[in-house]
Write a new protein. Sequence first.
Length: 115
Amino acid sequence: QVQLVESGGGPVQAGGSLRLSCAASGSIFRINTMGWYRQAPGKQRELVATFISDGNTKYADSVKGRFTIARDSAKKTANLQMNSLKPEDTAVYYCGITVSIQTYWGQGTQVTVSA
């Protein structure tokens, strides 16, 4: 069983910062990808930032230069530092990992950015 625990969301004013944390636990031999996704009301879940299998990172164009993903492979954690937040960043943020061919999701954490 794989579990993902997220923390760090909340309300913030535009221009502010938040740091999201994700910790994976359970029967994990090797994590292929680990990253953050978000889903705004009425929209599909979209990639925010992720580590991919070759160790590189991938960011959504809308967050490049503002968000930074970092991970500790030994601890199976991934953090997302979000700076210069905008109202359009408001969404539920989900941590997601792939182990072999299986994708696992956390429960989500709400980020609300007010103008």
